[in-house]
Design a protein around this ligand. Structure first.
Ligand SMILES: [Cu+2]
Length: 269
C-alpha cells in the first residue's frame, strides 16, 4: 500500500488522493481507503477462487465427467450475507463522512469565505466578489445576461479582484462555487477538496481548508478541448497576514496575481 501510494504520488506530482492536506480531503481519504482495501481483497479472493475451481474441477480426460455440483446452502448464504454486511458497513461509514464533505460546517460559516471559480477554455479564473465574504453562492449573485446567454462573472467594465491563481488564507474554510463559461470542465483538487464538475448553466460547489501554508496543485479533469492540458490549478495558501496584504493590494489594482482569464462567454458553447 505504502509503495503504491508513493508511486502514485510520484507520478501525480502530489495530485493523487493518497496524501490529504486538509479536513475535507482527510474525510474523503477515510472513505476511500476501506473501499480500496475491501475491493482488493474481493478481487484477489474471487479471482483466486475462479482460478482454483477452473483447475481443480476441470475435466481431465475425454471419458471422465467432472463432479456435478448443485447448490451449497452454506456457500450461498455466505456470499449473500458477507457482501450485504460489507455494503451496509460502507453505507454507514460514507453517511457519517458525507455531511462534512458536502458543505462548510454551520459553526464555521461566519469566519469562512466564498470564491467564484470560472472555468473557460482554457484557464481558471477566481473572482473575489464582495471581499470573498461567506455566501452560499458567489457566482449567481453576480450573474447577468449578455444577449441570450447567462454569464457568471463581472459585467463589462465592472472592477473586481480576479486571479488566475487561487489565493487563500491557510486555516480558513473556503467555499468555491464553480461555473463554466463554455463547455464542461472539472475542478480537480484532490489533496484539498476532491473534484467537482464545471457545467455551463449550473453552479456547483465544493469546499476545503488548507491546514498549512503552501502551494497545492490540481488540474481540469474533463477533456474540454485542445488546450485541456494547460488548465492547471494552483492554490497558494498564505498566512492570514500575508493574505490580507495580498488582498488589499489586489483590491487597489482590482486584479490579482497573474494574468486574468477572459470573463466573457465563448461564442460557441
Ligand atoms: Cu477544462
Amino acid at each position: 500500500m505504502r509503495v503504491l501510494a508513493d508511486t502514485c504520488e510520484f507520478w501525480n506530482c502530489g495530485q493523487g488522493p493518497f496524501s490529504p492536506q486538509g479536513p475535507v480531503a482527510e474525510h474523503m481519504h477515510a472513505v476511500f481507503v476501506p473501499v480500496f482495501i475491501i475491493s482488493v481483497i474481493i478481487f484477489v479472493g474471487v479471482s483466486g477462487a475462479i482460478i482454483y475451481a477452473a483447475l481443480r474441477f476441470r475435466r481431465k480426460s475425454d471419458d471422465e465427467e467432472p463432479a456435478q455440483v448443485h447448490g451449497n446452502n452454506k456457500l450461498e448464504l455466505a456470499w449473500t450475507v458477507i457482501p450485504f454486511v460489507i455494503l451496509i458497513g460502507l453505507f454507514v461509514w460514507t453517511a457519517i463522512n458525507m455531511p462534512f464533505i458536502n458543505g462548510v460546517p454551520e459553526a464555521d460559516k461566519p469566519q469562512s469565505m466564498t470564491i467564484c471559480v470560472q472555468g473557460s477554455q482554457f484557464s481558471w479564473t477566481y473572482i473575489y466578489y464582495n471581499d470573498a465574504k461567506f455566501t452560499e453562492d458567489a457566482c449567481s449573485a453576480h450573474k447577468h445576461t449578455v444577449g441570450d446567454k447567462i454569464v457568471f462573472g463581472p459585467a463589462q467594465g465592472e472592477k473586481v479582484v480576479l486571479t488566475s491563481k487561487l489565493m487563500v488564507p491557510a486555516g480558513v474554510d473556503v467555499k468555491l462555487t464553480i461555473v463554466s463559461t463554455d463547455v464542461n470542465h472539472s475542478f480537480y483538487l484532490p489533496t484539498l477538496g476532491g473534484q467537482v464538475n464545471a457545467i455551463p448553466g449550473l453552479v456547483n460547489d465544493m469546499w476545503f481548508r488548507a491546514d498549512k501554508v503552501g502551494k497545492y496543485h490540481g488540474a481540469c479533469d474533463e477533456l474540454c478541448g485542445t488546450g485541456h492540458a494547460q488548465m492547471l490549478i494552483e492554490v497558494d495558501a498564505l498566512s492570514q497576514t500575508d493574505y490580507n496584504t495580498w488582498y488589499q493590494k489586489a483590491k487597489q489594482d482590482k486584479q490579482g496575481g497573474g494574468a486574468p482569464a477572459a470573463a466573457t462567454p465563448s461564442p460557441t458553447p
